[in-house]
Design a protein around this ligand. Structure first.
Ligand code: BG6
Length: 369
């Protein structure tokens, strides 16, 4: 059932092109509008919402952070992303004009369930982005958009993560169209860019030998830092989380712009630092600013492991190791950039002899608060 892979996690990493493709498939009705899988939310309600709050835990919360840039850009609705267990306790400002999006693979995470109930009591509309059919969040939400990742067995989430981001994009596209922010041809263009993502993930998988080799040689590292900016920031957080979960190595993800405000003090000789470099085709200033960060840490002795877009020869000049991902619209690049980091954590943990499917102290679904 591992399909010839050494672990469920490795199999699930390789399932990601299909997980994204399946999450995208057959989503539009005859009018070209997104179909929710279960439940109905009145279009009038969706036209009148003035805020979106994403609630989730762990990797699912990083999927919310990654999707937020696109949802805000396409819809012009403010999006907050809040850890479910923090949400209830800060007296959140929620009204009938709030759309709460609960993201959960299992649909059974108690922290997220309790936050959903709290939001509903305040009058919010709740849409679940859920993988497990018929789970508690799927049943209690006003409507559900299922991720179609299939069963995820490994404790550390991979294919659910990319499916959650994809579902977040679909929701953003739907709201943008409904509210008249985007016209049909723009929607078509976004959807066809999304349709091209699975083949690009496959390409990352097919060219992953270098990251596997580097990871296998790093079993003795004690700490690894991850830097990202804009959509790369949540991916830095997710890369660090994967390494903690699987390899039990201290890891931190930082917003690259924050480096000079503190984290650079951590950098010493041979410190491995992953940097997710934005596309040079995006905002030029971001590309050069993150490359300056690469140079700053390298000047202090860091070993720089750079994830960059294919053809980015400038990034290659500042990298000790470089891993390429295919070009894609900037807002969609999290779906590609996370893959090398998943593989890195998997291979490093395997090199240490750990059980990558069942990391110590962790459960797939945490059904207590
Ligand atoms: C954690 C799992 O406990 O719960 C993570 O170990 C997961 O992998 C998180 O991201 C949230 O789970 P769910 O099922 O709500 O997406």
């Amino acid at each position: 059932e591992k399909g010839g892979f050494a672990s469920f996690m490795d199999k699930e990493i390789h399932d990601q092109p299909a997980a994204v493709a399946d999450t995208l498939r057959g989503r539009l009705d005859a009018q070209g509008r997104l179909k929710l899988d279960e439940g109905v939310v009145d279009e009038y309600v969706l036209k009148s919402i003035d805020k979106i709050i994403v609630i989730a835990c762990g990797t699912a919360s990083y999927a919310g952070l990654a999707a937020r840039y696109a949802i805000e850009h396409w819809t012009r609705i403010p999006v907050e992303v809040e850890l479910a267990h923090e949400f209830r306790y800060r007296d959140p400002i929620v009204s009938v004009k709030t759309l709460v999006v609960a993201i959960s693979q299992s649909g059974e995470t108690m922290d997220t369930i309790m936050a959903v109930r709290h939001a509903q009591q305040q009058g919010a509309t709740v849409i679940g982005i859920v993988n497990a059919q018929g789970s508690t969040i799927a049943r209690e939400a006003d409507a559900v958009l299922y991720t179609r990742a299939g069963p995820e067995i490994a404790v550390a989430s991979t294919k659910a993560f990319v499916s959650q981001i994809t579902a977040g994009f679909l929701l953003g596209i739907y709201l943008a169209e409904l509210r008249g922010n985007k016209f049909p041809d723009e929607i078509d263009a976004l959807l066809s860019e999304l349709d091209a993502i699975p083949a690009k993930i496959q390409r990352v998988l097919d060219t992953a030998a270098p990251i596997r080799e580097v990871a296998a040689s790093m079993a003795n590292e004690r700490t690894v830092l991850f830097l990202g900016r804009h959509v790369g920031f949540p991916i830095a957080l997710e890369g660090a989380l994967k390494l903690k979960e699987l390899a039990y190595i201290h890891a931190e993800g930082f917003a690259a712009g924050e480096l000079k405000h503190g984290p650079i003090a951590l950098v010493e000789q041979d410190q491995p630092v992953f940097v997710i470099v934005p596309s040079p085709r995006g905002r030029e200033s971001l590309h050069s600013k993150v490359l300056s960060n690469v140079q700053e840490v390298r000047a202090r002795g860091a070993r720089t492991l750079v994830i960059a877009e294919e053809g980015d020869t400038v990034a290659a000049q500042h990298a000790d190791e470089i891993f390429y991902v295919p070009a894609a619209p900037v807002l969609m690049t999290p779906l590609l950039c996370v893959v090398p980091l998943q593989i890195f954590a998997l291979e490093l943990a395997a090199a240490k002899g750990y059980d990558v499917d069942q990391p110590r102290n962790l459960a797939k679904s945490v059904t207590v608060e």
